[in-house]
Design a protein around this ligand. Structure first.
Ligand SMILES: Cc1cc2nc3c(=O)[nH]c(=O)nc-3n(C[C@H](O)[C@H](O)[C@H](O)COP(=O)(O)O)c2cc1C
Length: 252
């Protein structure tokens, strides 16, 4: 499977919430495990760990989606760690979808104390996966409920890069991203939330930003451009109204 395969599913994928609870074949799990070992970070200086667990190792609550497998993501808590996890796990979301396996980011469920204690790193988020008991793909772009491009960017002529960003999944489908700049240097911003909302959404929004940045990275790769991520003081000091700075994307 290559970047073209992953990029193709950006235009079809959807969150899967109904699963066949039969565990995946060992050979399939081995392939998924190998892919997870190869996940590319946005910031390689941040320590992360991934653990596969079963249904009984994720706390039961009314909102929990029952799936045969869950990936639990842990990370060192340092600047950019939530965005880094978003960037990494979105690779798995697309890989699973491309392999015909359903998945769903899970911002609410938490793994058991034992699972959380099994890593010295901070628990960040869970992703459920397994064979879907509902259609795996959307039939057309129109089935995505998303903001139009001009609400997520004021750039001109970058539709090929930003359409995959527009279609990215986000917690409660909030689509917190905004991009400014041009084809050489793009700046990524995240919406500011009020105090009450921030308690719940601030962390998830930063995970969402990593998901969007992975879709952007993938679109650039497929178009034959490589992009690098960094910090830009001027862009940081001048966010659009209602947004704060995450990072900049340099083409080169
Ligand atoms: C960080 C994050 C957390 C999420 N948490 C949940 C969750 O707890 N429960 C759920 O059913 N869906 C969850 N989702 C799925 C979103 O609701 C979904 O991605 C969004 O509505 C867009 O739909 P789509 O993924 O089908 O395109 C989450 C998505 C993200 C990115």
């Amino acid at each position: 499977m290559d970047n073209n395969d992953l990029h193709s599913v950006v235009f079809q994928r959807k969150s899967i919430r109904k699963y066949d609870l039969t565990p995946l074949a060992d050979s399939t799990m081995a392939e998924i495990t190998e892919f997870v070992r190869s996940l590319q970070p946005l910031d390689a200086t941040i320590k992360t760990a991934m653990k596969f667990v079963s249904q009984t190792e994720v706390h039961h609550n009314l909102l929990r989606i029952k799936a045969p497998h869950y990936l639990v993501a842990f990370s060192e808590n340092k600047a950019g760690y939530l965005t880094n996890i978003g960037f990494m796990l979105q690779q798995l979301d697309l890989f699973l979808s491309a392999k015909g396996i359903g998945s769903c980011w899970q911002g609410i469920p938490r793994p058991t104390n034992e699972v959380r204690a099994s890593s010295e790193l901070e628990f960040v988020i869970v992703m459920s996966f397994g064979m879907a008991k509902e259609p795996l793909y959307r039939n057309s772009i129109q089935e995505f409920k998303r903001k139009p491009l001009d609400k997520i960017s004021n750039t001109i002529g970058l539709d090929d890069l930003l359409e995959p960003v527009r279609l990215a999944p986000s917690a409660t489908n909030s689509q917190p991203w905004f991009f400014t700049g041009d084809h050489r240097l793009l700046h990524a911003y995240c919406v500011k939330t009020n105090f009450l909302k921030a308690l719940i959404y601030e962390k998830m929004n930063q995970v969402d930003m990593g998901i969007a940045l992975y879709h952007l990275w993938l679109a650039a790769q497929v178009a034959g451009n490589s992009v690098t991520f960094g910090q830009n003081d001027e862009a940081k000091a001048n966010p659009p109204d209602g947004y704060y700075y995450i990072c900049s994307v340099e083409s080169g």
